[in-house]
Design a protein around this ligand. Structure first.
Ligand code: KG4
Ligand code: ZN
Length: 371
């Protein structure tokens, strides 16, 4: 598991086992509570730096937002507020732990109102329990999620981060040492899945439903573009693919055969999106001489992407388990455990809507480049 950390605590709050006023503490093990509230999932988990994940709980707000066809920020914040404390209680009760040794929370990027619920709760509980808090970058959480698995990736690795808001290829030298090789010029791939699903009347968020519909369809049914595959560099673009799908849907509707065509359109879209992701990822892996690839973020749950990338790449491909591909508290708890050197006094509430992954530094170096 993750090695015990030497914590340099800037806080006046002593770490557990430490004496007041003692700033340096070498804990044998730290139990880190992770809180995720950046978007539409309320996630809570307890992670032990020696024994691993102790427990976790998740509440999805999908049903609340489905009515509106997308996330409504105000509704998201209110629901996080309602759910967070009961979920924390549940995880502590289930694991038989009175209080954690540190609290990690998602400090950004994300919806500010939603982030503030987690940030306020983490700092409030940190002050009450006298334990340090660790602000975590949401995408760093996704990056380290595969470390919860039995065969965690070693540094360095190439990461393909694919979620509803991001599509990025990142060269990860070590924790906090990131170089973004490419990202999307327009829509994120998860967004393209969601918009295509909407066109096919699959509701919100449509990624999983679209993937399910695609299983029964012919992926050669429609000719769709593989955007950017022949361009230099490692950037992505998904808006052309989205427009091409829109035209296919319109054609089928006008021909009166949309019902029969839906599965084929879904399968052809999924195939085009996956081919694009894999083509760019393999190219970046060759350029970096990567031996390991990590796929993280919600679209990392896509079975076609998982199977095809593993088959096409010579080295090892690491994924979090399906449940930890989408937003969850466990990835924030692990990232917090790795960043205990960035623990803060529970008085600084950080909620940063836009926060570049490349602004991060190694743990213990100059904070975390908060915007
Ligand atoms: O990482 P995530 O939970 O939230 C963000 O940080 O955005 O990712 C959510 C995205 C949504 O766009 C959702 O449709 C997509 O991940 N997604 C999938 C699948 N499961 C979730 N896309 C394709 N196939 C899936 N199986
Ligand atoms: Zn996410």
């Amino acid at each position: 598991m993750i090695a015990a950390h030497t914590v340099f605590c800037k806080a006046k709050y002593p770490l557990p086992g430490g004496k007041p006023g003692v700033l340096r503490y070498d804990p044998p093990a730290m139990r880190v509570l992770g809180l995720e509230t950046s978007c539409d999932e309320t996630g809570v988990a307890l992670f032990d730096t020696e024994t691993g994940l102790l427990g976790e709980a998740l509440h999805s707000q999908v049903d609340l937002h489905a009515l509106y066809g997308g996330v409504v920020p105000e509704i998201a914040s209110r629901d996080h507020l309602r759910r967070l404390l009961p979920l924390i209680r549940q995880v502590l009760d289930e694991t038989g732990v009175d209080r954690p040794d540190a609290i990690a929370y998602t400090a950004g990027p994300g919806l500010v109102g939603a982030l503030m619920v987690g940030a306020g709760m983490a700092n409030g509980l940190g002050a009450a329990w006298g334990c340090p808090v660790v602000p975590v970058h949401h995408m760093e959480g996704h990056l380290v999620a595969p470390m919860l698995e039995d065969d965690p990736p070693a540094w360095p690795f190439l990461a393909l981060l694919v979620s509803g808001g991001h599509t990025m290829l990142v060269w990860v030298e070590a924790l906090g040492r990131y170089r973004v090789l490419g990202s999307t010029l327009d829509d994120a791939v998860g967004e393209a899945f969601d918009k295509t699903a909407k066109l096919l009347a699959l509701g919100y968020p449509g990624g999983p439903a679209l993937a399910a519909l695609a299983e029964g369809g012919d992926d050669q049914a429609c000719a769709l573009p593989r955007p950017m595959l022949n361009r230099p560099g490692f950037d992505f673009s998904f808006s052309g693919l989205k427009t091409a799908v829109m035209l296919k849907v319109r054609e089928a509707e006008e021909a009166g055969c949309i019902e029969e065509a839906r599965a084929g359109i879904a399968a052809s879209f999924q195939r085009a999106a996956v081919d694009t992701l894999i083509g760019r990822t393999l190219k970046a892996a060759r350029a970096q001489h990567a031996e390991r690839i990590v796929v993280a973020g919600g679209v990392g749950a896509n079975r076609l992407l998982r199977a095809e990338l593993a088959a096409a790449f010579d080295g090892t491909v690491h994924y979090p388990r399906l449940r930890f591909c989408t937003d969850n508290g466990a990835m924030i708890a692990v990232a917090g455990a790795l960043r205990l050197n960035d623990a803060e006094e529970p008085a600084t509430i950080r909620a940063t809507a836009r926060w570049s992954l490349e602004a991060l530094t190694a743990p213990g170096v100059n904070g975390q480049g908060h915007g």
